[in-house]
Design a protein around this ligand. Structure first.
Ligand SMILES: Cc1cc2nc3c(=O)[nH]c(=O)nc-3n(C[C@H](O)[C@H](O)[C@H](O)COP(=O)(O)O)c2cc1C
Length: 171
């Protein structure tokens, strides 16, 4: 693996997201870093760990998460997973369905969280921007708001591999 993503933010697994908060996060991050260093020595290869967070976090929670990541040398932050918010699709037919909402409707929310993280992290940890990237402009917006890398999930489903080419050409 070039890196390992640790997902503590899927809304589809009960109680998973509580790992993003307080002592549970400190314990998790410290255990991951300990194992990472043991494996780096054993295999003579350091594999970065990127932790993936939710868009449904308060400003205070974002600040705490960033502080814990900085204090423990987390290698990357993936912002963000899907959202539980339904405000942006309020009048849509399937709005009452459970689970995480992805794609274009969560672009603004995930990008706002990315921007908040970027303001605190200020270049000290690379951030992977994900959530609603469905066009070259959306990709550029992620970069403008602090993403060093971009991931695409829903956009790839709807637009196909050409989206990657279009984004690369545009950037
Ligand atoms: C069908 C589906 C399954 C997903 N499964 C996972 C998962 O297992 N782990 C995870 O961290 N994120 C998962 N995600 C979240 C995506 O990786 C991504 O963070 C999110 O969909 C926002 O990006 P997008 O708008 O490009 O889809 C999933 C998303 C979708 C739509």
């Amino acid at each position: 693996a070039s890196y390992v993503a640790v997902n503590i933010s899927s809304p589809n697994t009960p109680n998973l997201r509580t790992l993003q908060l307080g002592d549970a996060l400190v314990e998790l991050v410290q255990a991951l870093k300990k194992k990472q260093h043991e494996l780096a020595v054993a295999n003579n290869r350091y594999v970065p760990i990127a932790i993936k967070i939710a868009p449904d976090l308060s400003d205070e929670e974002i600040e705490n998460i960033c502080r814990i990541f900085l204090e423990n040398d987390v290698d990357g932050i993936i912002a963000t997973n899907t959202t539980l918010d339904r405000e942006m699709i309020a009048n849509m037919p399937h709005v009452t369905e459970a689970g995480g909402l992805s794609g274009k409707p969560e672009f603004r929310k995930s990008t706002d969280v990315l921007a908040k993280i970027n303001k605190i992290i200020n270049g000290r940890i690379p951030i992977i921007g994900v959530g609603g990237v469905d066009s070259p402009m959306a990709a550029a917006e992620k970069i403008k708001n602090g993403a060093s890398l971009i991931q695409i999930y829903s956009g790839f489903i709807y637009k196909g591999p050409e989206l990657i080419k279009n984004i690369v050409n545009y950037l």
